[in-house]
Design a protein around this ligand. Structure first.
Ligand code: NAD
Length: 353
């Protein structure tokens, strides 16, 4: 039986995770192990990611995370902040590829801020972001220039194996989709980008069926808004991916709807919604559980190769949206829509399953 480490976390985390476990139990048999991480772990153990928690995640077949953090822990020193747990678990699980789908569910097309004729062409692409290299992980320093002025710098560096392995993730994903990879860089200026392009082109030779395009990141940010339907798989380095994936999340609607996966060399991954712990709505049954439920579906697909079960969950979500059921974050008053709570949304999805 597949072992899943479950991190409910803080704020709305336990609500959306509870809903997701019930949904997963409808499509398969799993062994869940609940793990402390984030603010609750600081309160209980004085550590945002206790060693025992990380060990359980490392020994599991996949890890499912709600969200961590909240105002209660905002003024803690850096090593005692919930975010420290997030960085720690990504490093501890050695996940280097962040996968974020950007898909517009037809019933929610009106929530897309783009022009109707653009949204109607359909939006369904994936951003594959390098997660453990680049400027976020290079040397950061403050210094004084020879002229005596204060200055700061951050080093951007990529090694060949880091680019090669993320490129393979993108090409493999494209093989199961529309077979188009767009590699995003800034090769007109940055050496790291010229190197990135060279290695991605080399990896592309192993996937002759996949069409490879290159875009400069400034152009990519425009094209995502102008012609989002033309993208299939976007692969890019850490910082560019951080920015473009937030842009993509706005194109497809509510933050409460979007899942993400972080993958490493083996099939074990870390799955979570893209939203945070939403302390403003915690405990009020207003949280949309769909982002986490879809993260559960991604886990079945990418870690367990349970594609049929993943399809079932995604179709159930699509059906309840088609019926007009809406949590407050995606509710637009109109004919055919009905405002419901987070737990009613969960119940409706389970009913479909
Ligand atoms: P947030 O994503 O928690 O909330 C932003 C807004 O979106 C809020 O108005 C919230 O109510 C709404 N929202 C978020 N998820 C929702 C859902 N499922 N259903 C309905 N509405 C939803 O971002 P924030 O307010 O910037 O951060 C709150 C806390 O979460 C902070 O402590 C932050 O550090 C933490 N955080 C954690 C993660 C993570 O665990 N991966 C990610 C981002 C932020």
């Amino acid at each position: 039986m597949k072992k899943i480490a479950v991190i409910p976390g803080d704020g709305i985390g336990p609500e959306v995770i509870g809903a997701t476990l019930e949904v997963l139990e409808r499509v398969g048999k799993f062994e869940f192990k609940s793990v402390a991480m984030g603010g609750n772990a600081i309160d209980k153990y004085g550590d945002p990611l206790p060693a025992e928690s990380l060990k359980i995640c490392q020994d599991s077949d996949a890890t499912l995370l709600g969200a961590v953090g909240g105002p209660k822990w905002d003024n803690q020193p850096p090593e005692k902040r919930p975010e420290k747990g997030l960085l720690g678990i990504r490093a501890g699980l050695k996940v280097f590829a962040n996968i974020r789908p950007a898909k517009i569910f037809a019933p929610l097309a009106s929530a897309c801020p783009l022009r109707k004729d653009i949204a109607e062409k359909g939006i369904d692409f994936i951003i594959v972001r390098e997660l453990t290299g680049g400027i976020y992980f290079g040397e950061h320093k403050y210094f004084t220039t020879p002229e005596g002025e204060r200055a700061a710098s951050d080093l951007m560096q990529y090694s060949e194996h880091e680019i090669r392995r993320i490129a393979h993730v993108a090409f493999k994903m494209a093989m199961g989709r529309r077979k188009i990879v767009t590699s995003v860089d800034k090769a007109n200026i940055l050496n790291t980008s010229r190197f990135w392009r060279e290695i991605v082109e080399d990896v592309a030779k192993e996937y002759p069926e996949v069409k490879l395009n290159h875009l400069y990141v400034d152009n990519a940010s425009m094209q995502l808004i102008r012609v989002p339907s033309e993208f299939d798989v976007i692969v890019t380095e850490n910082t560019f991916g951080d920015i473009l994936s937030d842009e993509a999340s706005q194109i497809v609607g509510s933050i409460g709807m979007i899942p993400s996966a972080s993958l490493g060399e083996d099939n074990r991954g870390l799955y979570e919604p893209i939203h945070g712990s939403a302390p403003d709505i915690a405990g009020q049954d207003k949280a949309n559980p769909i982002g986490t439920i879809l993260a559960g579906a991604m886990m079945l697909r990418y870690s367990f190769a349970m594609n049929n079960e993943a399809d079932k969950i995604e179709n159930a979500v699509d059906s309840v949206l088609r019926e007009g059921l809406r949590t407050p974050d995606i509710f637009v008053k109109s004919e055919g829509t009905k405002l419901i709570t987070g737990s009613q949304m969960k119940a409706a999805i389970i009913e479909k399953l």
